[in-house]
Design a protein around this ligand. Sequence first.
Ligand SMILES: C[S@@+](CC[C@H](N)C(=O)[O-])C[C@H]1O[C@@H](n2cnc3c(N)ncnc32)[C@H](O)[C@@H]1O
Length: 264
Amino acid sequence: MNRQVEAFVAYLQHSFKARSEYTIHSPFVYNFYHNILQNEEPFHQYRFLHKVRRELNTRAQYIKRKDMGSRAKEFICDQRFVRVKDIAKRSSVSAKKGELLFRIAQAYQPAHVLELGTSLGISAMYFSQAVPESKIITIEACLDSVNVARSNFDHYGMKNITLIPGTFEEKLAFALNQIHPVDMVFFDGNHKKEPTLRYFEQCLQHIHPGSVFIFDDIHWSSDMGKAWDAIRRHPLVKVTIDLYYLGIVFFKEELSKENFRFRF
Ligand SMILES: C[S@@+](CC[C@H](N)C(=O)[O-])C[C@H]1O[C@@H](n2cnc3c(N)ncnc32)[C@H](O)[C@@H]1O
């Protein structure tokens, strides 16, 4: 089966098995469902973030793209020189996903956020706006993307974001030591099973019971689906929430181990 067919089958299975609010018995998960997932409040920060996204979505500037992850093949015209607007549209979180990241961060108020995969910096800006007092560290190997993201952070005065250029393999340990213990991690680069599980294990060394991990595109391929299965079965993991496009992991000891599937 090719990747798109696998993803479509996983989507049908997800929709079929997704729960409604009436089957949620955990108050913690009920709170997540009602106050975070279903929250339709139009936060004023969304307007600003839309403006930033619009600017990147129309920028015709070419940059030299060194995509380290599994999606390099998606850039069909030129593997090396890519327009900023094409990266913004294809690799960055959507507005819907970004707004959910915003609400998750705003609800749990992490002091330290770590992001694996900055790209142009769009998702980092959602975190920055949600928790302006937090310290956000984001890692990116593609140096031209680093330059675009950095100039955005400077231009928009996002002083709580520290961008570390380099690969996760080189820089993750250093980043984790800077923000130990880590409150929130967004895994959004190198969407393959082995590296995803490796980064997960590395981050696990720095958690506390209130830490939250968010994985992007957990059903992007069967390989990522297997990584997600291994993550949710991990003995330290308690509640997992599968939104198909994102997987969210909680470690609170008082929670019973359970996986919830919701439509998003
Ligand atoms: C999907 S994009 C991130 C999008 C970004 N989080 C956003 O929504 O605005 C993934 C990024 O991870 C980077 N990446 C993938 N594997 C990496 C690795 N091993 N080390 C460092 N960066 C990596 C890619 O270069 C790419 O820019």
